[in-house]
Design a protein around this ligand. Structure first.
Ligand code: UDP
Length: 318
């Protein structure tokens, strides 16, 4: 199949491209490299069935005759970490989510492609239900600093369903909960990469707020498997489907695990909680289990070991 992956030089996008190339598909990876990096696809550049194009999905895809007619489009392009999407990139983040979605949906319509949207647990905002089911409509602050991402992704979901209803586009929507693994960008401020790098360097571990807020952490390989299963699920099954690991941990528990695993001398210090930081996050994955036969296989302890080994190697420590 001919497959387009937007956001393909990012942390998750590059793993997805790798898997699709290994499965012998012809893969085009499009990215503007705002948070992604060609470093992540270096090995793929050698592969005959892989091509990288530097593109921003906010710009319409021109009629480029060197591009194939796509059978499938995975739309992952968007800065995903609060540090990357807040501040100076907020307006651009909304544009990427909304205008980017319109451009990719138009392309899917033109090509007759199935299109998968990488949506997010941020749809649920500060959830008043735990765990979160897909039927929960969320509790998002529409004017806060996270709104560019949360509302951008909510609007993208709305566009996907309107293109499905009005234009007959074959859509698939997954809501991705916190995901971690090798290749996370150590500068993008995510909790797993921050804690591992801090612990490996014996620096203070920065817990925001009281550290009692919870997250559920899914290992990257598990997530990629779920996305591929969703894309290839029976026509008409649109989702949204939660994809995540239902194990729920406080940020302090995560810090303690990382310190123990790295045998670090780091101390936990407390920093102010960023605004609108959700207090709890845990996916109900019954729908993914039922419709995709999927559940995560890699527990946090195992995934952390692999991720720590990656960062230790990258930092030249182990
Ligand atoms: N966090 C933290 N220390 C850090 C980075 C993040 O305590 O150095 C917290 C953050 O406040 C949030 C959780 O960890 O409660 C997850 O943050 P991340 O940015 O990884 O993901 P998101 O907030 O988008 O779930």
């Amino acid at each position: 199949m001919y497959i387009l992956v937007t956001g393909g030089t990012g942390f998750l996008g590059s793993f997805l491209c790798e898997r699709l190339v290994d499965d012998n598909h012809a893969v085009v990876c499009a990215d503007n490299n705002y948070t992604g990096s060609v470093e992540n696809i270096k090995a793929l550049m050698e592969r005959a069935n892989f091509r990288f194009i530097e593109r921003d999905i906010v710009d319409p895809f021109p009629n480029d005759h060197t591009l194939p007619r796509f059978d499938q489009i995975y739309n992952l392009a968007c800065p995903a970490s609060p540090v990357a999407y807040q501040g100076k990139a907020a307006i651009k983040t909304t544009k990427t989510s909304v205008i980017g979605a319109i451009n990719m949906l138009d392309l899917a319509k033109k090509d007759g492609a199935t299109i998968l949207q990488a949506s997010t647990s941020e749809i649920y905002g500060e959830p008043l239900e735990n765990p979160q089911k897909e039927s929960y409509r969320g509790n998002v602050n529409p004017i806060g600093v996270r709104a560019c991402y949360d509302e951008g992704k909510r609007c993208a979901e709305s566009l996907f369903f309107d293109y499905h209803r009005e234009e007959g586009v074959d859509i698939k929507v997954v809501r991705i909960f916190n995901t971690y693994g090798p290749r996370m960008n150590p500068r993008d401020g995510r909790v797993v990469s921050n804690f591992i790098v801090q612990a490996l360097k014996n620096e203070d571990i920065t817990a925001y707020g009281d550290g009692k807020q919870t997250r559920s952490f899914c290992y990257a390989d598990d997530l990629i498997e779920a996305m591929i299963r969703m894309m290839n699920s029976p026509k008409g099954f649109t989702g949204p489907v939660n994809i995540g690991n239902p194990g729920e941990f406080t940020i302090l528990e995560l810090a303690q695990k990382v310190i123990a695993k790295t045998k670090s001398a780091s101390k936990i210090v407390f920093k102010p909680l960023p605004s609108d930081d959700p207090t709890q996050r845990r996916p109900d994955i019954s729908l993914a289990k039922e419709q995709l036969g999927w559940s995560p296989q890699i527990a946090l302890d195992e995934g952390l070991d692999k991720t720590i080994a990656y960062f230790a190697n990258k930092l030249g420590l182990w």
